[in-house]
Design a protein around this ligand. Structure first.
Ligand code: NAD
Length: 484
């Protein structure tokens, strides 16, 4: 029996007004149909916005304890259901069960963090003359549109829904069409936790229809988006000027290995950053810049360890790397492997396992790839691949490391493997990346620390995650002058 899923609009689970659906399939086995989801359009978006617009003022008027309680309960439910939802996440997105559990279990902590923030939405008072008291009052923004990607379908959404709701807003949520089930699960958890029924709307569907309808709507007060630079730029161009917008986008992240680094540590750091999550993390390691004396050994060691990674369905015991999430991703990664070869690079890995192994014939499996000896003009140095492909290049100085690490339009995450503190300090101060990590992979962040990129990685309106700065995006400040 095919499961037919629904939108959640104005407090009702319902099909798309147009009656059409789209398919959600398992990337480890495309014969496995997870379900049909509403292929919504502008009419569904209009109804969703209107329901949320009517609901949020009552939520905003509640005491912050009430809002915090709902998020604390959502955290408890999520903690209870994490392993069950993780299994569905692996089936829907492809990541390994271990990776899926890490993501799902963290959502509880995420909701708890923002439950606390609901109680800390402080204003300030300002020195003034004795005839008046001057203060700032934080208020919700109103209707917040949340548009998310598929690679972390739970955590990208929770880090937007959590603060939006904590601050007293209503939310129109459009998950990626690649991972609609994870979007639905989050909404179910929030409703079970006691969120007022009409406060959140879930509108499933394609970016070109639902996303664009949200962007074009005058009823959205703030829009928070995580996804590609190409789409982020389109959103920025089409939004009205008085809509608050946060765009977190792609990356072309590098790990820099300085000459004092231990090779074992460098290999482990790069392997995790480049091939974890099948290379489909916005902070994934895509480039390695290594001190020339270590270059040959590091390349050889990386090639060896990448070849030993067990690739297969994320559900299977012992599998270390799952499939790519979609056919588009699969074709794109293989195309970049082809480009690397055409450009004269040395490529180890990058094979399409679908053709090579009959057990993997129905999924989007590739072997992780290590690419070296590329020309400086290679597209692999510049373009976001978003897959398990890492390019390695020698460097001769710290100056060159900084210059090459920053020689990209993106500026999300960079990491250094070294014990040389003066180099670390200089690098951290000078690099044009929003996140600098030392002796750890470019991936993996604390959920309470500001997160965001520079250059094409972000519109830099506000950082995601953490305390005051994130709440600045989801609330407005009004200055009040109280005279006697
Ligand atoms: P994407 O840009 O294709 O889609 C993201 C979301 O936008 C989806 O929900 C999609 O349906 C929607 N969308 C598509 N077209 C739209 C339009 N015209 N108007 C409005 N919405 C539209 O990205 P993706 O393939 O889902 O995710 C991968 C990208 O996300 C990568 O570039 C990755 O680096 C980036 N990413 C960034 C971060 C970060 O925090 N910086 C985190 C995760 C992923």
């Amino acid at each position: 029996m095919i499961e037919r899923h629904l939108n959640y609009i104005a407090g009702e689970w319902q099909p798309a007004f147009g009656g059409t659906t789209f398919e959600d399939r398992n990337p480890a086995d495309e014969r496995d149909l997870i379900g049909l989801f509403p292929d919504s359009d502008a009419a569904d978006v209009t109804a969703a916005i209107s329901g949320v617009s009517a609901a949020w003022p009552a939520w905003a008027a509640q005491s912050p304890e009430v809002r915090a309680d709902v998020l604390f309960r959502a955290a408890d439910i999520m903690a209870r259901r994490a392993d069950e939802i993780a299994t569905e996440l692996t089936r829907e997105e492809g990541k390994t069960l271990t990776e899926a559990r890490n993501e799902a279990r963290r959502i509880a902590a995420n909701f708890r963090l923002y439950a606390g923030e609901a109680l800390r939405l402080n204003g300030e008072t300002y020195p003034s003359d004795s005839a008046q008291l001057v203060l700032s009052l934080r208020q919700p923004v109103g209707v917040v549109a949340v548009i998310t990607p598929w690679n972390f379908p739970l955590s990208m959404a929770a880090r937007k829904l959590g603060p939006a709701l904590a601050a007293g807003n209503g939310v129109v949520f459009k998950p990626s069409e690649i991972t609609p089930l994870m979007g639905q699960r989050l909404v179910e958890v929030l409703l079970e936790a006691g969120l007022p029924p009409k406060l959140v709307a879930l509108v499933q569907g394609k970016g070109a229809k639902v996303g664009q309808a949200i962007t074009a709507s005058a009823g959205v007060d703030a829009l928070t988006f995580t996804g590609s630079y190409a789409v982020g730029r389109q959103i920025a161009a089409s939004l009205s000027t008085d809509t608050r917008v946060q765009l977190e986008m792609g990356g072309k992240n590098a790990t820099v290995v300085l000459v004092d680094a231990a090779i074992d540590k460098a290999v482990a750091t790069i392997e995790r950053g480049a091939f974890g999550l099948t290379g489909q993390a916005c902070t994934g390691t895509s480039r390695v810049l290594v001190a020339r004396p270590l270059y040959a050994e590091l390349v050889a060691r990386l090639e060896k360890s990448a070849s030993a990674i067990k690739v297969g369905p994320g559900m299977a015991e012992g599998v270390q790397m799952g499939p790519l999430a979609t056919r588009v991703q699969y074709d794109k990664v293989l195309a970049y492997v082809g480009i690397a070869r055409e450009e004269g690079g040395r490529v180890v890995g990058g094979d399409a396992l679908r053709e090579a192994d009959s057990n993997l014939a129905h999924g989007y499996f590739v072997r992780p790839a290590v690419v070296s000896d590329l020309p400086e003009t290679s597209r692999l140095w510049r373009e976001e691949i978003f897959g398990p492909v890492v390019a390695v290049r020698p460097i001769d100085s710290l100056d060159e490391a900084i210059k090459l690490a920053d020689d990209t339009e993106y500026g999300l995450a960079v990491s250094l493997v070294t014990g040389d503190l003066p180099s670390v300090l200089r690098f951290a101060r000078e690099t044009q990346h929003g996140i600098v990590k030392v002796n750890s992979p470019t991936t993996g962040v604390s959920l309470n620390a500001p997160f965001g990129g520079l250059k094409h990685s972000s519109n830099q309106a506000a950082k995601e995650q953490g305390g005051a700065s994130v709440m600045d995006f989801y609330s407005r400040i009004k200055s009040i002058y109280l005279g006697a």
